[in-house]
Design a protein around this ligand. Sequence first.
Ligand code: NAD
Length: 686
Amino acid sequence: MTGPISTTHHGDVLIVTSNNPPVNALGASVRQGLVAAIEQAEGDEAIKAVVIRCEGQTFFAGADITEFGKPPVMPWLPDVVDRIENCSKPVIAAIHGTALGGGLEIALGCHYRVAVPTAKLGVPEVKLGLLPGAGGTQRLPRVAGVQRALEMVTSGSPISAKDACDVGLVDRLVEGDLAQHAVAYAEEVRDIRPLPKSSERDDKLAEARASPAIFDEFRKANSRKFRGFEAPEANIKAVEAAVAKPYAEGVIDERNLFMGLMSGTQSRAQQYFFFAERKAAKIDNIPEDTRPRDIRKVGVIGAGTMGGGISMNFLSAGIPVTIVEMAQDALDRGTGVMRKNYEATAAKGRMTGEQVEQAMGALTPTLDFEALADCDLVIEAVFEQMEVKKEIFGRLDGIVKQGAILASNTSYLNVDEIAASTSRPQDVVGLHFFSPANIMKLLEVVRGAKTAPDVVVTAMQLAKRIKKVAVVAGVCHGFIGNRMLMPRQVEAIKLLLEGASPEQIDRVHVEFGMPMGPFQMADLAGVDIGWHRDKERIENIRDALCSIDRWGQKKGAGFYDYDDKRRPSPSPVVQQIIEDFASKQGITRRDIDDQEIVERTLYTMVNEGAKILEEGMAQRASDIDVVWIYGYGWPVYRGGPMFWADTEGLQKIVDGLKAQEARMGSDFSFSRLLLDKAAKDEKFTR
Ligand code: NAD
């Protein structure tokens, strides 16, 4: 046999081996080979049992995602799984690495499953907006039980082989040589008839059949998590069908639900995002042989909101950190917060006490800048003021060893100007973390005009080490993410004056799928961020709120009133402030419909994204989408602002903006790229 599937004999057991690096994806040639191998077993009387195993890192880790959206090539995976299950001789799956998606469905088609303890089993399809469509939603509840199946299909997270063994998904855990154990197992079971077929079992469905309310309970318990997503509900419906209907009918439901998801926008968006995330790691205009610099020790300046979180990333990755503050109390407060955060993680069982001590033990808090001398990377996270940053970079220049990378966590400031305050601008880069920095996955790597290629490469690699998703941005006010936030904010405030309420604007964003709207976000982050701190100087709504201590959630009042459980309610005080400003500015308030809010806050973001692209401040449209999904909670099922614009149609975006152009006035100008692409009926992403 040629191709990725080969067979060998071990006594009367046929060993079917897949060798399709890197993850034994179930591409057409693998599927064909598996069917041929089963036919071989059927046709050879001397063969009494079959073992299916994989070479390399892992058991089949899923469908071949590159086949998505292309004409299907026979045999289809569901038919392959059925063919395995209908083999007249026992088939044993020998699982190591990860049995994911189609891989787990193959394993479920086998009559028995043996696994090494390090193996993981799961059905991640939901993360791509899909469901396991090769019988997975029907066989999994029959083998692992309904509750566990629901959890697995809707979360997409794999379970350990031990858990799988406990729920009956794995028949035996084996240590040592997996193939040998699988053959031994095959010899044990070779004469047992009837063969245990997953699709014919219904013992584990009995409980759910008796109390079908478990489905609605499950929906309710997870409603927040599933909000806006189509795939979790389709997965639940498929498992419901497994319980309510005979297998033959359940698989038809599964197929229909699968096709519905596959042809929908959400799964396209989620698959697009899967590739977008990987593409973001690729850096344009970098010589291929560029080697990263060695980073063994990191310095952080400022132990405030960001400095502490940034430090934790490195400590958690085993990289020692020296953190510098200007006053002892700020240093103590900052390191105290870090310890508390680690201890909270430990309390949730996600870290051991020993790991907490190890991480904190690798931290050197100090007031002495000289302690940064031998750091390979220093990240500045002090106040957002150019003069302060320049002073610090000038000082660092005289202290830190040559070859070290000097980074700023600035949100908006010009990285080139900061770099110019040193004698080594080639070593300066922006590393823009998001808050809370120990949790948020996004990192904008801001490439200055003089930033050396190996500095960018180092930053991107380091991001991986600390489990961040990095996107390269150019130097412009607010880089990619915050820059796009600005036009949204400008229009949101104007909409308030013209007649909308904070509640309405926030509701439109939440219904769109954002975790919160602009005013909820302002209240959470602090309305006072960047405020001039002069209570007498009241030039806009924000100044008015800050002057009466409405700084947001931390003060129990901002754009909303908050009760002692931080539950928001509309504020008559704020309403009055808005109305007063409107009348002062001669604005006649009117009813504003939701569509206008979408056009003026979301379409303007797309327009800004297009400007970012045309100016070369982002390498590609998909990078902008990665920023918004990982940095600001843009709903992944809409694929990010640029992908979303493509699905809406760029001409529709242009028309919507034109309809609002007069209202937006001089705050707004069209992106040439957006107009061009709309006129040519092109897309930002493909
Ligand atoms: P913060 O006020 O919480 O912390 C700043 C810390 O820097 C303070 O503890 C202060 O004592 C210390 N500091 C100031 N000058 C110093 C000096 N000369 N030497 C040593 N320490 C000094 O501010 P933050 O929210 O952590 O923001 C820090 C930077 O990160 C800013 O540039 C900000 O724009 C950026 N940023 C903030 C966020 C956010 O959401 N807070 C997100 C991304 C980026």
